[in-house]
Unconditional design. Structure first.
Length: 207
C-alpha cells in the first residue's frame, strides 16, 4: 500500500508538499516503492488539473519520469510513459503542461521515447520467445510511446506556427492569414500520417 493510499486525488494534488514527496519517491532504488509511486502518478494524471499541478510544481516532471525508467523493465517503463502520455495530452489546455512538454521536446527525453517506440516495435515483431502477455505489453508500450511522440509533435508544430506568425507580423506590413494546423484531431485519426513522419525520422537517422 503506497503512502498516499486513502487520500482523494484532489486532496493529493492540492498539497504541494505531497507533490514534492511523489517527486522524491520517484528517485527510490526500491522497485516496489518506485512501482507504487508510478501507479499513483499514472492514476492521478487522468485528471487534467492534477497534471497541471504536477507541472507547476516541477516543470521537468516529464523529463524526470522518462529518464528515471529509461533502462527499467517493461512494466515500470509502461507505467511511467502512461503517466507521461496522460500529462502531455493536456498540453493545449494548461500553460504549465505546455511548458513541461516544451522542455521535454528536445534532447534526451524525446530521443528516449523514440528509442522505446523502436525497441518495443522490434521486440514485438522479432522475439519469438515472448509469451502472449509479454507481446501485448510491448504493443501497449509501443502505442503509448507513439501517442507521446504525437502530442510532442503537435506542441512543437504549434510553437513553430506561433513563432512564424510573430515573425510574419513583424516583417510584413500586409496583414494575412496563415494556415493553422488542426491540433484537435486524435492520435488514432492521425496514426497513418504519424507513421509516415516516423518513417521520415528513421530515414533521416539512417534507420
Amino acid at each position: 500500500q503506497h503512502p498516499l493510499a486513502g487520500l482523494r486525488e484532489e486532496e493529493v494534488m492540492a498539497v504541494p508538499e505531497l507533490v514534492q514527496m511523489l517527486l522524491f519517491l520517484i528517485e527510490s532504488d526500491h522497485l516496489e516503492i518506485l512501482g507504487n509511486v508510478l501507479r499513483t502518478i499514472e492514476a492521478l494524471t487522468y485528471h487534467g488539473e492534477n497534471s497541471r499541478m504536477l507541472c507547476r510544481t516541477e516543470p521537468r516532471i516529464l523529463i524526470v519520469l522518462i529518464q528515471r525508467t529509461a533502462s527499467s523493465s517493461v512494466d515500470l517503463k509502461l507505467l511511467s510513459l502512461e503517466a507521461v502520455r496522460n500529462i502531455t495530452a493536456n498540453a493545449q489546455l494548461y500553460p504549465e503542461v505546455l511548458g513541461a512538454v516544451g522542455k521535454a521536446n528536445n534532447g534526451f527525453a524525446r530521443a528516449s521515447v523514440m528509442a522505446v517506440f523502436e525497441d518495443a516495435k522490434e521486440a514485438a515483431m522479432d522475439d519469438m520467445s515472448l509469451t502472449t502477455i509479454e507481446k501485448a505489453e510491448l504493443l501497449r508500450l509501443q502505442d503509448t510511446a507513439m501517442e507521446i511522440l504525437w502530442y510532442m509533435s503537435t506542441v512543437q508544430n504549434a510553437v513553430r506556427e506561433k513563432n512564424g506568425r510573430r515573425s510574419s507580423s513583424r516583417n510584413s506590413v500586409r496583414k494575412g492569414t496563415k494556415g493553422k494546423q488542426n491540433t484537435d484531431i486524435s492520435p488514432a485519426d492521425s496514426q497513418i500520417n504519424f507513421h509516415a513522419q516516423l518513417h521520415g525520422l528513421e530515414v533521416n537517422h539512417g534507420g
